[in-house]
Design a protein around this ligand. Structure first.
Ligand code: MG
Length: 364
């Protein structure tokens, strides 16, 4: 039995992870479940899955992550709360199934260096990185990573339509059901930008060797190109259960939750197109931030998150997310080899600056 804890068990990834574990009861023993604030659901989960203990809120995450009973910890919370506990788990030699984006976007250099130092595996849960993880056999022979993007609800809408998009339109993602913040990030393609940064850290590729391609059907979850030009892609019907199951089971592979059998003839066609970076400047901003490195990606992340919150509250238009992130990034004094404390400080200051900028701009 693999001993596992879940940080963020009451969230979207966490609840789906428990559905996977329910199917694989004889493979996993749950050490701890940690929820953000949904006390009721956490209690229901505790009754059903009988973890050794549960934790509500941020306190207690350190306890879970220093509990060496764990073989693996699924970090599925959203936001920066995932970062410090992940580092604690790494220091304790515990493998990580990583669904939390901020961990690598904010502190990828530190997290990957620590993982190497302690011999810990970081197994990605995100469908794109999971696909790449499945494709790679010998990373030294790979030339290029190809990350697919569904394009979100505005793919074939005009810039004007996008500029005046309502919150409801932005939240109507055609392929994936996710939390609100990530769904807006998918609509602006900022989610893809953040994934480029994650891929850079996870697989150690230069930004110029990471390509984004729009693929509206979300069947090809991502691909890699070998030095000889051969391309290996991972395909499947869109379902988050599968990458979650892969990540927590790795290096084994179980049937568990099985997606509907795949049929090329039923799918019939797969489309690909180049992303329009004028319509979706976020991908460009992410490349830019990633190439600068240091605290610039933490700045991008914080400015974006605050702008997305303002959009969700109806305070700004969708396109202002880009303008805000670009403006805040242009004013950021980057620290190139930051400590974790410096990264958190940049996160805090950037959020304050972003809120003030939006306030001044709109007299909010
Ligand atoms: Mg993804």
């Amino acid at each position: 039995m693999k001993k596992i804890s879940i940080i963020g068990s009451t969230g979207s990834i966490g609840t789906q992870a428990l559905e996977v574990i329910e199917k694989l009861r004889n493979k996993f023993e749950i050490i701890a479940l940690a929820g953000g604030h949904n006390k009721e659901l956490l209690e229901i989960q505790a009754k059903k899955f009988k973890p050794r203990y549960t934790v509500l809120g941020e306190e207690g995450l350190e306890k879970i992550c220093s509990d060496k009973e764990n073989d693996i910890i699924l970090v599925a919370c959203s936001g920066k709360v995932g970062l410090r506990p992940t580092l604690t788990a790494i220091k304790n030699g515990i493998n990580i199934a990583l669904a939390n984006k901020e961990t690598l976007v904010m502190a990828g250099d530190i997290v990957m260096a620590e993982a190497k130092k302690y011999g810990v595996q970081i197994i990605p849960v995100d469908s794109e990185h999971c696909a790449i993880h499945q494709c790679i056999k010998d990373i030294s022979l790979v030339d290029k990573l190809i990350i697919t993007a569904s394009g979100g609800p505005f793919l074939h809408k005009s810039v004007d339509e996008m500029k005046n998009a309502t919150v409801k339109e932005a939240l109507a993602h055609p392929k994936w059901h996710m939390g609100k913040k990530i769904t807006v990030d998918s609509a602006t393609l900022m989610n893809k930008g953040l994934e480029i940064i994650e891929a850079h850290h996870l697989f150690g590729f230069n930004y110029d060797d990471i390509e984004v391609v729009i693929h509206p059907q979300s069947i090809v979850h991502s691909a890699i190109e070998y030095k000889d030009g051969s391309v290996i892609a991972q395909l499947g019907l869109p379902s988050m259960h599968i990458p979650i199951q892969y990540a927590i089971s790795y290096p084994q592979r179980f049937e568990g939750i099985k997606s509907k059998s795949f049929s090329f003839s039923e799918i019939a066609r797969l489309d690909f197109e180049k992303p329009d970076y004028n319509k979706f400047p976020s991908v460009k901003l992410a490349y830019q931030a990633g190439k600068v490195g240091g605290t610039m990606t933490a700045c991008l992340n914080a400015a974006n998150e605050e702008a997305v919150f303002a959009f969700l509250e109806g305070k700004i238009k969708l396109y202002e997310i880009y303008e805000t992130v670009e403006k805040i990034m242009s004013e950021h004094a980057v620290i190139l080899n930051p400590s974790i404390d410096e990264i958190f400080e940049v996160d805090k200051i950037t959020r304050e600056k972003t809120i003030k900028y939006l306030k001044d701009r709109h007299q909010l």
